[in-house]
Design a binder for this molecule. Sequence first.
Ligand SMILES: O=C(O)C(=O)C[C@H](O)C(=O)CO
Ligand SMILES: [Zn+2]
Length: 280
Amino acid sequence: MTISVTTRQVVGPQDAARRDTQGLRDGFLIEDLFRPGAINLTYSHLDRMIVGGIAPVSGTLIIDRVAETGTDRFLERREAAIVNIGGPGTVTAGGTDHPLGYEEALYVGMGEGALGFSSADPAEPALFYLLSAPAHRSCPTVRITRDMAKKVRTGSAEESNARTIQQYVHPEVCESCQLLLGITMFEPGSVWNTMPAHVHDRRMEVYLYFGMQEATRIFHFMGEPGETRHLVLKNHDAVLSPGWSIHSGAGTGRYSFIWAMAGDNMSFTDMDKVPMDALR
Ligand SMILES: O=C(O)C(=O)C[C@H](O)C(=O)CO
Ligand SMILES: [Zn+2]
């Protein structure tokens, strides 16, 4: 089975500030994540996070060995979290089948062996979004529904950023070594995420924007607070955020996004808020 893997080296803040639009997109944007019938992984050197799109149509797609990890088995020294943003499907981990509906997730602990991915109906394929980070112990594999996620309401309609941060892989929901993951959803008419902006040098972050109409675009802001840049993203685009970068966006229409982090701590609230007058 072909697993395509792209490697992304780390880009520092001075390099990023000098890049043109295409240079920034090459460094931080992950496009074309979901390719029908394929496993598509990006190995980022930011905390060695692997970002994947797995789109089974008929049959089962299997991840067992990824040469880039230098281990015999993918999850030998790694943990993973998978969110389904397509039709109903199943993830098999440790020989157990876990059915996953829309916006349901599976945390998979280190050492669980091969991962299998299948769709219930080829006419409505599942779209599995995968994040994997190095792990130091084996935590239990847990299926996480939207009901189980911890909900944090934030923002306001007046600031066009009323939203609910749903924390799926979070110490109050399920154990993990370093992965944190959740889905942020908006009240109708609210378009801004993560503004006021923040940075957290202790953790990298990845956003995947989804649930968008074809013509909708996200203006995603990145860069050091005093040196911001933007990237224009479409449905199913993911963007890497180093610890030094803000990660905030505004949509021209409805959207949701999956955020995931890895790094030195798992304290969601450990962020350095950026005062508005520090943004340039
Ligand atoms: O809407 C938001 O604000 C977020 O979802 C913020 C992310 O979860 C984040 O950046 C956590 O560090
Ligand atoms: Zn953040």
